[in-house]
Design a protein around this ligand. Structure first.
Ligand code: AMP
Ligand code: ZN
Length: 153
C-alpha cells in the first residue's frame, strides 16, 4: 500500500486539516511555505486520469475549501497556489495523485520554476493551430468518458 493510502487509512501519522468521504487533506512535511497542504483522494490513483470525473471533482472541491480557509487561518497567506504534478516527468514523486495547496505572500521565498525569457520561443500561429488540433482531437477521444462515472484512462 502506498504512503498516502497509509495516511488516508490512519496507519501513518499526519497533521490532518480536512476530511470527507472522498478526500483527506494534511500538512506537507517539507512545506514550500508554512501551511502547505496536500489534498488527496482516499481512493488510490497514480494519475489524475485514473480517477473518475466525480472523484477528481471531490479533490478540487476539497482544495477550494482548503484554499479559502488558508486565507482566514491567521497564517501568512495573501494568495494561494494549486500545484499538481501528474507523472514522473512533471515531478511527481509520490505515486498517489495529490494537489499541493500552499499559501503565498510577498517574500515567502518560493520561486516558481520558470523558463528563462531568452529560451522562450514564441510559436507561430500555424504551430498553435496544429497543437490545438492535436489536443482537440484527443479530447474528442476521451470526452465520452466524462459523461459517465468511468475512469478516463
Ligand atoms: P510530489 O513531488 O508532487 O509527488 O510531492 C510529494 C510531496 O509529498 C512532497 O512535497 C513531500 O514533502 C510530501 N510528503 C512525502 N511524504 C509525506 C508524509 N509522510 N507526510 C506529508 N507529506 C509527505
Ligand atoms: Zn495510494
Amino acid at each position: 500500500m502506498c504512503i498516502f493510502c497509509r495516511i488516508a487509512n490512519g496507519e501513518l501519522p499526519a497533521s490532518v486539516v480536512y476530511e470527507d468521504a472522498h478526500t483527506i487533506a494534511f500538512l506537507d512535511i517539507q512545506p514550500f511555505t508554512p501551511g502547505h497542504v496536500l489534498v488527496i483522494p482516499k481512493q488510490h490513483a497514480a494519475s489524475l486520469g485514473n480517477l473518475s470525473p466525480e472523484e477528481a471533482g471531490y479533490v478540487m472541491r476539497a482544495s477550494q475549501i482548503v484554499a479559502v480557509a488558508l486565507k482566514k487561518s491567521g497564517l501568512m497567506c495573501e494568495g494561494v497556489n494549486f500545484w499538481l504534478s501528474d507523472g514522473k516527468a512533471a515531478g511527481q514523486e509520490v505515486d498517489h495523485i495529490h494537489m499541493h495547496v500552499f499559501p503565498r505572500f510577498p517574500g515567502d521565498g518560493f520561486t516558481p520554476p520558470t523558463v528563462s525569457v531568452e529560451k522562450v520561443k514564441q510559436p507561430g500561429r500555424a504551430q498553435l493551430v496544429q497543437q490545438a488540433k492535436m489536443i482537440e482531437e484527443a479530447i474528442r477521444l476521451v470526452s465520452g468518458h466524462f459523461s459517465t462515472s468511468d475512469r478516463v484512462v
